[in-house]
Design a protein around this ligand. Structure first.
Ligand code: C6P
Length: 412
């Protein structure tokens, strides 16, 4: 059978974790190919959320009553789980945030205010999401630092030689994504980090698009900071992680002031809590953090290697079929990619294509994908982006390609 798979994936078992996929949209079975924007939530995660709100809801680190102890235990168990999941040296190096955006803003504000000064250079790449551009622009405005952009080639790959030339003694920080959200390029982050370290620069890795697909090991990467979002990893929205090296987290100032992040407060002054609490002011998304643990369990039960192999098979399958669609132009053809296909079709505007696919029950994202500088480099306004997850199937790709064929036939 042309669409059988060769990888160790029990797709029936996996899809059983996502009842949301069993519905019709506009009279057609839903095909959800917008996973780079946000993935669907595993049932085990939803069950954990329901359990929290039905049985355990209490604030954390404050009460001594049973419910408060339960919720605190669940919350801290997720911290331990993230520590294992990304192999940090210690659980205290894991800070919970609202998402990747907040994690990067935290570093830009806290680390930036302590360490950046006039004339310092921040290197980011042409591939970055606005979340890894704008916080650095704000930090540069506050401090007088300068942003320099690492160029890419027409395939959407970072030019390492150009990067090496940009690095110098003024480079204080290198902030790049592990995987591009718009193109799916997997960047050589280990090499990028190694080169940054050789110049004495700090590294910030935006792993929002890597965490669902690639095993992350912060000690092996040797990065200083790394950010990810639970909602792209089959987990709940409103939860992100900032990993930071202990010695850095200890010396940088708090990001926000409020409850939880203090040791002692008086009108004469305040002493701050130890890490990670110093960076967790106010009541967090407790239930969502607790449920996030089950998303990591879901990923680890399948295994990153199996996920990557299966999704790669989907990518190759889709690429081979899409090639035959008249006027199809792939955008981003890096040698190493996750399961993201950005494309344009001659004579069809991406928004029209997105709407016409939605009418057939197929969810894709259209537009600039929060990467306007990348779109400027590519000299386009946007793309259509289909992004697969571990529950996506070749049968869905068949329907997607047939639907595109029909749409294209109407326009060309
Ligand atoms: N990209 C996409 O459709 P938040 O929203 O904070 O969870 O993640 C922001 C973010 C940061 N970096 C990268 C590489 C990302 O892809 C994203 C989110 C979504 O591509 C929504 S714009």
């Amino acid at each position: 059978m042309s669409n059988s798979t060769t990888t160790a994936i029990d797709i029936k078992k996996i899809r059983a974790q996502f009842p949301v996929l069993n519905q019709e949209v506009n009279g057609k079975p839903l095909i959800y190919f917008d996973n780079a924007a946000t993935s669907q939530t595993a049932k085990s995660v939803v069950d954990a959320l329901i359990k929290f709100y039905e049985k355990d809801h209490a604030n954390i680190h404050r009460g001594i009553h049973t419910l408060a102890e339960r919720s605190t235990k669940g919350f801290e168990e997720t911290r331990e789980r993230v520590h294992q999941f990304i192999n940090s040296e210690e659980a205290d190096e894991i800070i919970f945030t609202k998402g990747t955006t907040e994690s990067i803003n935290l570093v830009a504000q806290s680390w930036g205010s302590k360490f950046l000064k006039k004339g310092d250079e921040i290197l980011i790449s042409q591939l970055e999401h606005h979340s890894n551009i704008v916080p650095w622009q704000l930090a540069a405005e506050r401090t007088g630092a300068i942003i320099k952009v690492i160029p890419i080639n027409e395939k959407g790959e970072i030019l390492l030689d150009a990067y090496k030339k940009l690095l110098n003694r003024k480079t204080k920080l290198v902030a790049v994504n592990y995987v591009s959200n718009s193109l799916g390029t997997i960047n050589p982050v280990k090499e990028i980090i190694e080169l940054a370290i050789a110049q004495g620069a700090i590294t910030m890795i935006d792993a929002a698009q890597a965490a669902p697909h690639i095993k992350i090991d912060v000690q092996d990467l040797n990065c200083d900071f790394l950010a990810l979002s639970s909602h792209k990893m089959y987990g709940p929205t409103g939860v992100g992680v900032l990993y930071g090296r202990r010695d850095l987290l200890e010396v940088i100032p708090p990001y926000q002031g409020g409850g939880e992040m203090i040791k002692d407060v008086s009108f004469n002054g305040t002493t701050f809590n130890d890490i990670p609490y110093k960076f967790e002011a106010g009541t967090p998304n407790i239930g969502e953090v607790i449920a996030f643990k089950f998303a990591m369990d879901f990923i680890d039960e399948i295994g990153h290697e199996n996920i990557q192999a299966y999704e790669h098979e989907l990518l190759e399958y889709a690429n081979s079929k899409l090639k035959s669609i008249p006027g199809f132009t792939p955008i981003g053809t890096a040698d190493k990619k996750t399961s993201v296909i950005s494309f344009l079709i001659r004579n069809v505007h991406p928004y029209d294509l997105g709407q016409l696919l939605d009418a057939k029950g197929i969810a894709v994202r259209t537009g600039h994908h929060c990467t306007q500088p990348l779109m400027d480099f590519l000299e386009i306004d946007g793309t259509v982006r289909a992004s697969f997850a571990v529950y996506s199937t070749k049968e869905e790709i068949d329907v997607f390609c047939e639907s595109l064929q029909k749409i294209v036939a109407r326009f060309n």
